[in-house]
Design a protein around this ligand. Structure first.
Ligand code: ATP
Ligand code: MG
Length: 258
């Protein structure tokens, strides 16, 4: 645990803003999903977004990478106003901002090697030798060197999550957005993934924004937590601060933890 606390301490020192959201609104169908989202994310920190199912957590992440566009408000990522970016500029931004999707989808018809090769070929001009080195390095970082020639169907749920993480890390992003990285995993495997997120954050100095329902993951990885409720961030604080919250809605997220 000391190791993990040291990592969190170091991350907290940096205060450069890498994501700034002001008065973000997003309506989908008949619903005002995001009503007035305001958020600053600092370089090197690990920010957790908690919220009920359907509250707009994934929509928030998608607005950050421009997969969805805000109806109103400002979304600035690494100094760029996301809604103003051209297609090519958005592609460049997505190289710096890795998105681990909720489904964690790997391409099932491609081997692990091909899954990892895909983003490199798409975003970078590298020789076959350099590609091979990057693939082996990232696999060793997630502790799965032996899976190089396996197919996704041969991997366990936890291994698939690791490979999904590797596929995003291989482009050396400055920011990682995780959409429920531990959902569907047993507690021990969830913990391994949470520890991996924290170690990657320390090793590569990435900023992490993590959407999760898994309060153990939040406890382990969070420098700061925000709680999404009725289209706004209704509470913000450290894990210990929010755990002691007098608000029943906020307290509800912490019930499973001892
Ligand atoms: N492309 C879309 N078109 C229409 N409605 C959508 C779209 N994407 C999301 N929604 C709606 O927006 C709301 C918020 O969705 P979102 O996926 O952000 O929820 P969430 O907080 O991530 O939930 P969960 O915890 O279940 O993943 C939901 O009611 C959903 O049905
Ligand atoms: Mg979601």
């Amino acid at each position: 645990m000391t190791d993990i606390n040291n990592i969190k301490e170091k991350s907290l020192k940096a205060r450069e803003i890498v994501i700034s959201i002001e008065h973000l609104k997003k309506t989908l169908g008949d619903y005002d999903i995001l009503k007035d989202i305001n958020l600053k994310v600092y370089r090197g920190e690990s920010l957790i977004i908690l919220g009920k199912s359907g509250s707009g957590k994934s929509v928030t992440l998608k607005c950050i990478v421009g997969l969805m566009m805000a109806d109103a408000g400002k979304v600035n990522v690494l100094g760029e106003e996301v809604p103003n970016l051209s297609f090519n500029e958005l592609q460049d931004l997505r190289k710096k901002v890795g998105f681990i999707f909720q489904s964690g989808a790997l391409y099932d018809s491609m081997s692990v090697r091909e899954n990892l090769e895909f983003p490199l070929v798409r975003h970078e001009k590298l020789t076959q030798d350099e590609i091979e080195k990057r693939i082996r390095k990232v696999l060793s970082n997630v502790g799965l060197e032996e899976s190089l020639d396996m197919m996704p169907s041969e991997l366990s749920g936890g291994m698939r999550k690791r490979i999904g993480l590797a596929r995003t890390l291989i482009l050396n992003p400055e920011i990682m957005l995780y959409d429920e990285p531990t959902t569907g995993l047993d507690p021990a495997t969830s913990r391994e993934i949470s520890e991996l997120i924290l170690k990657m954050q320390d090793k590569f100095k990435v900023t992490s924004v993590i959407v999760t329902h898994d309060i153990s993951c939040a406890k382990l990885t969070a420098n700061r937590i925000v709680v999404l409720r009725d289209g706004v961030f209704a509470a913000e604080g450290s894990f210990d601060e929010l755990k002691k919250s007098g608000d029943d809605f906020v307290k509800g997220f912490f019930e499973d933890i001892f």
